[in-house]
Design a protein around this ligand. Structure first.
Ligand SMILES: Nc1ncnc2c1ncn2[C@@H]1O[C@H](COP(=O)(O)OP(=O)(O)OP(=O)(O)O)[C@@H](O)[C@H]1O
Length: 343
């Protein structure tokens, strides 16, 4: 028996197996990695979930299982449908068709605040912390059972049924953990973008969730806070939570994801462990689509892309796309000797 799997008999006779989620190496999938593959222990299962906007199939997910106690990254180019899929799963939007279960319970038609109450919480690409409320007030709201806009009214009523002290203690504990305790009495509007992301994450945890869904947690975050955010996400897993996050930052995906799901044009086009998935051509295409903000027409744009790709060499080296892009840049600069010989 390893240290991470203590003998239940020795630890007080508790019969549940203690698993260290950080070192658990059991396979995530119960069949070969491929779009829609079954997982050993799924927490979320989605079937035939579709959503169209006008003529566009924004989401067209045939089947997806999200593995419990793992960190899953949902990646794909702009407009792939990632945020729409999040919105559907969490009750912020209604699908044209489909069903999905969270921990065995069907969630289709369940409104967002109930989804959160059931243990599935999310954050937004653009944070939804309430700027005119203090940090601690934002935190307390995470514990209410009020719906949407009514949240603000919750502040002035006794909605916690005598649980105020316990809720404040929980909030203060989380603020300390997220190093926001010194900002406790500040208005959320005065926080930096990164601090707001942390506050939103901390607030989501007030609901004691089982599944935490993060929509682009790194977007707009100052590099100084990046490591701290990564650590917080890893901590969620070590504490037994499941994480599903949308992200364009491939460093982050490579760094912390146990499993990667790739979406393109509404469909799941690949999934698997990060190292394997990122070798996949469909993924490389999706990945290159992620460099949406680079203007390839401008010389600086090419340089910027080159710089970004250089940072992410493992994901492009040895693929056709790397060749094409590498050659394009090289020709433009008039220094393509080695590249040309490759073809
Ligand atoms: N409310 C809406 N009305 C009309 N079209 C929408 C709406 N929301 C999303 N879409 C369209 O649905 C498609 C999927 O968009 P979505 O925002 O889900 O993609 P995404 O993968 O999250 O992209 P990004 O990485 O840019 O956040 C896009 O074509 C988008 O224009």
């Amino acid at each position: 028996m390893s240290m991470h799997h203590p003998n239940p008999e020795e630890s007080g006779g508790v019969q549940t197996e203690a698993v260290d989620y950080m070192t658990d190496t059991r396979p995530i999938a119960s069949e070969p990695a491929a779009p829609g593959c079954r997982k050993r222990d799924p927490i979320l299962v989605a079937k035939h979930v579709t959503r169209t906007f006008g003529g566009i199939n924004a989401v067209d997910v045939e089947y997806l299982e999200v593995p419990r106690h793992k960190i899953t990254a949902l990646i794909g180019p702009n407009g792939a449908g990632k945020t729409t899929f999040f919105n559907l799963l969490t009750g912020f939007d209604q699908p044209n068709s489909g069903e999905w279960t969270f921990d065995g319970t069907s969630l289709a038609g369940v409104p967002s605040y109930k989804v959160a109450r059931m243990g599935m919480v999310r954050t937004f690409q653009l944070t939804k912390v309430m700027g005119k409320l203090k940090v601690i007030e934002n935190m307390r709201l995470g514990a209410t059972k009020q719906e949407g806009e009514k949240l603000s009214k919750a502040l002035f009523k006794n909605v916690w049924g005598g649980r105020e002290k316990e809720i404040t203690r929980h909030a203060d504990g989380l603020l300390e953990k997220f190093k926001l305790d010194t900002k406790r009495e500040d208005y959320a509007a005065s926080l930096s973008g990164g601090q707001r992301k942390l506050l939103e994450m901390a607030r989501a945890l007030m609901a004691d969730p089982k599944l935490v869904m993060l929509d682009e947690p790194m977007a707009g975050v100052n590099p100084a806070l990046t490591q701290s955010l990564l650590d917080h996400i890893r901590n969620l897993k070590s504490e037994g939570m499941t994480v599903l996050f949308v992200e364009h930052d491939m460093h982050m995906v490579r760094n912390i994801a146990d499993w990667v799901v790739v979406m393109a044009e509404g469909k799941i086009v690949a999934e698997g462990p990060p190292a394997e998935v990122m070798k996949d051509q469909a993924v490389i295409d999706a990945y290159l689509g992620a460099h949406h903000d680079v203007d390839l027409g401008a010389a600086e744009g090419v340089e910027e892309l080159e710089e970004q790709l250089a940072k992410d060499q493992e994901s492009v080296v040895g693929t056709d796309n790397a060749g094409i892009i590498g050659r394009g840049i090289a020709e433009q600069d008039g220094r393509d000797e080695e590249r040309k010989e490759e073809r």
